[in-house]
Design a protein around this ligand. Structure first.
Ligand SMILES: *Cc1c(COP(=O)(O)O)cnc(C)c1O
Length: 364
């Protein structure tokens, strides 16, 4: 069994994808071809609000706005301690200091009361992550930010397509970022990412920075990088976006079945909790489990893949040792307990049953 079965997805959309790819090949506009602006339009239409600027990866999507905002040494940016490295490493790379905020023990998203404690005169912004596909508590985070004059940028690498109190992820904050890494809910066949904002000036600045800070041909008005997304990838993501709502629906169906079966098992500490009025994209279906190593061995003997997102909280990562960050109790507990199961929309009925059976048979 595969953790994410992209072969099945390709087979299902093969005709459309092959035709989109061959169009790009015939057209040869490999950089900034028509599919780039078309994908930006499609993404903005999907959200129904603001502008989309696509870029080379979810990592660049985090970095470009930090450059645009002029984040620099001495500035501090709040990030959750329980997330993928890029959320914090881009802050550090921009010269500023990532300040780690612990997460809520139910949603695993940023703990707003801990965030409040970590704001000081150097704090410039907050990057809440919408982990596993469920939005962080953006109303509370936006209110906190407003009180202190900070910007908020949702790291929606896992949550594009999700809903928070009926509103769409990527429209909730000053800026938001996502990733089209192949294994994300909406992925390409290589790297890609996007930034979303309703701030026109910021969007224009991002477009310039992703292309070497160019204002006109070979006229560079700011520092920039090559942060462009290939036309080929844009064409592929455009096809997948059409099927995306149906894929989210399937992921939700599987998650519901898993949770019904798993919620009362003795080995399971907790099943994922999606807050009322939220819709998750289920980038991951993640249990807290007793005896995780044994559990994963048990699954792997039955040819069921699993993964750990994430085994080391960011405040404990060697690369950030010099920051001497204080402990983040919940994140550290989660790092020892979490395990993610396959949940992609192309799981067969047989595979779903096999996963349910294996988890139910595991005893501590
Ligand atoms: C995947 C991911 C990223 C980075 O995206 P890439 O496209 O791989 O660069 C950033 N933040 C989070 C939370 C992610 O899951």
């Amino acid at each position: 069994m595969e953790f994410v079965n992209l072969k099945r997805q390709y087979k299902a959309y093969k005709e459309e994808i092959d035709s989109a790819i061959s169009n790009v090949l015939e057209n040869t506009a490999f950089i900034n071809g028509p599919d780039v602006s078309e994908l930006e339009k499609d993404l903005a239409d999907f959200l129904g609000k603001g502008r989309a600027v696509i870029c080379a990866s979810g990592t660049d999507a985090l970095f470009l706005p930090l450059m645009a905002k002029g984040i620099k040494e001495g500035d501090e940016v709040l990030v959750p301690s329980f997330t993928f490295i890029a959320t914090a490493s881009m802050v550090k790379l921009s010269g500023a200091t990532p300040v780690f905020v612990d997460v809520d023990s139910e949603t695993f998203n940023m703990d707003v009361s801990d965030a409040q404690k970590k704001i000081n005169k150097n704090t410039k912004g907050i990057i809440p992550v919408s982990l596993y596909g469920q939005c962080a508590d953006m109303d509370a985070i936006n209110a906190l930010a407003k009180e202190h004059g900070l910007w908020v940028m949702e790291d929606a690498a896992q949550s594009f397509g999700a809903e928070y109190k009926g509103r769409k992820s990527c429209t909730l904050t000053d800026m938001a970022t996502t990733s089209f890494f192949p294994a994300k809910p909406l992925g390409g066949y290589g790297d890609g990412g996007a930034i979303f904002t309703s701030d026109e000036d910021l969007a224009d600045k991002l477009i310039s920075i992703r292309n070497h800070g160019q204002a006109g041909r070979y006229n560079h008005t700011s520092l920039g990088i090559n942060g462009r997304m290939d036309t080929l990838q844009a064409a592929i993501v455009r096809v997948k976006l059409k099927h995306f709502p149906e894929e989210i629906r399937k992921r939700n169906e599987i998650a519901k079945r898993y949770s019904e079966k798993f919620k009362n098992l003795p080995a399971v500490i907790s099943v994922p909790k999606v807050q009322e009025n939220n819709l998750s994209t289920w980038a991951q279906y993640t249990l807290r489990i007793k005896n995780r190593d044994e559990f994963r061995n048990w699954l792997s003997k039955k040819d069921i893949p699993s993964a750990v997102h994430y085994p080391i909280p960011l405040n404990r990562q060697p690369v950030f040792a010099s920051l001497n960050s204080p402990a983040c109790r919940v994140s550290e507990e989660l790092a020892d307990q979490v395990v993610s199961l396959p949940i992609h929309p192309f799981l067969t009925e047989e595979e779903i049953s096999k996963i349910i059976e294996a988890v139910c048979e595991f005893s501590v």
